[in-house]
Ligand binder design. Sequence first.
Ligand SMILES: *[C@@H]1O[C@H](CO)[C@@H](O)[C@H](O)[C@H]1NC(C)=O
Ligand SMILES: *[C@@H]1O[C@H](CO)[C@@H](O)[C@H](O)[C@H]1NC(C)=O
Ligand SMILES: *[C@@H]1O[C@H](CO)[C@@H](O)[C@H](O)[C@H]1NC(C)=O
Length: 486
Amino acid sequence: MFSVFLLNFVVKSVICNDENHLLFPDGFLIGVASSAYQIEGAWNVSDKTISNWDHFVHHWPEKIYDGSNADVTTDSYHRYKEDVDIINNLGVDHYRFSMSWSRILPKGHSGYVSKSALRYYHSLLDELDAKGIIPFVTIYHWDHPQSIEKAGGWLNDLMPYLFASYARVIFENFGHRVKYFITLNEPSVFCTMAYTTASFPPARKLNGTGDYHCVHNQLKANAFAYHTYDRMFRKKFKGKVGIAYQCMGSFSKDDNDIVSDDLAFEFECGWQAHPVFSESGDYPEIMKKKVAERSRAQGYEKSRLPTFSTFWVKFIRGSADFLALNYYTSRLAKPLQRSSMVNWPNDEGLEYEFDPKWGSAQTPWLKVVPQGLHKLLKIIRDKYNRPTVYITENGVSSSSGKEDDIRIHYVYSHLKAILLAIKDGCDVRGYTYWSLLDSYEWFAGFTYQFGLVHVDFDDVNLTRTPKKSVEWLKHIISTRKLESPV
Ligand SMILES: *[C@@H]1O[C@H](CO)[C@@H](O)[C@H](O)[C@H]1NC(C)=O
Ligand SMILES: *[C@@H]1O[C@H](CO)[C@@H](O)[C@H](O)[C@H]1NC(C)=O
Ligand SMILES: *[C@@H]1O[C@H](CO)[C@@H](O)[C@H](O)[C@H]1NC(C)=O
């Protein structure tokens, strides 16, 4: 009864007249995001050590679309005050940024903590505090000390312990002033890019083995960090610790094909989310079954998907206070004609395409499909017993400079999908636009512009100029009402 009552209340607070005039529920947070390697620059200041990304872009510039690196990028390490002014001008509630492991622990272990790194992040937090902007801190957004990479990185089974001790240093030093932590960003994306497509460091093609092993260790790492917070800090600091997944939406190409629909969710999203958020824990049954079958057919002694012991199933289950969802796009799924290739898509048994009706953006993989987000949120609500969700990334790249109508349309339609999902009983508490500034986009270098704010990388001053979408978003934030853009 109580929950029905609550739901009605939520529903009423969202609806105002009709679908074109939706209100944000009280307390709904709207913010912007970034990550350390993409914006900080200052790769060699004070005692910071080389990260896996520094090493990668310096040694293999040919792996980056424009051969660039993030040695300087938007130089936010030095220009953070200007950036916080921009954030403040937007009127947002929160700012999601990540801390750099190689800056904080230059020796790769927690026996030595860099004072200058702590000073930098405290200065940034001071600025945010002064403006009343809530920090969401991502502990790991893909960069770690190269010394750890040399020791095997995420394929080293000690990595969960190394990560947890790094997370402990962050909780210890910042827990009194940061109430939202995100342990890891997008395990499945990082691990497939690093170990299947070889477009992230360490760029190894360990199809169908390295990718699984990497996610396996990340799920353990998250659980270790979560329990560390729980046991040592939660009582004192009363914060929340979540994990961020990038889940693509999917629709079966053939409407009657419910198998592909579910399979796509379980392999793309459930792979990372089921062990943490489901009632039973562990990987999704269908995934365990499929990978085991394929492995056997390929002559492996056992499944290429690693197994969690009963201890780990329990330790990982429930190891997040909220589900941080990064959503960009959706795809159409259909059964794959089997090939003998050993890889994740082949284990999944699906192939993907785009619906030609979906709008395009600058990035080829990014179609504008807000209904995919609405659907995904409902699946998450149903499969994981209505967890608390924060959208921690959602955004679009555009090549049209400051005239970014496509961004206005994209943000509007996705915010609308979120408000409709809330109306459907999904517990979504916040929205974070990716990204604040045009930034270094990993292997795409500076060729994709996701920013609300344009950065002139040809100008020594790296001048920041708000795009058209900034005025629009400011208006939405100040009125807390979602009106369709004219
Ligand atoms: C640090 O990197 C910057 C940018 O690449 C370069 O100009 C500078 O000389 C480097 N400083 C040191 C101490 O290596
Ligand atoms: C590994 O997977 C990638 C991406 O699916 C594919 O392009 C590549 O051909 C695969 N390599 C092998 C050896 O199967
Ligand atoms: C960069 O900033 C300096 C100091 O504010 C200013 O003198 C200079 O004109 C600027 N350069 C450009 C290209 O905007």
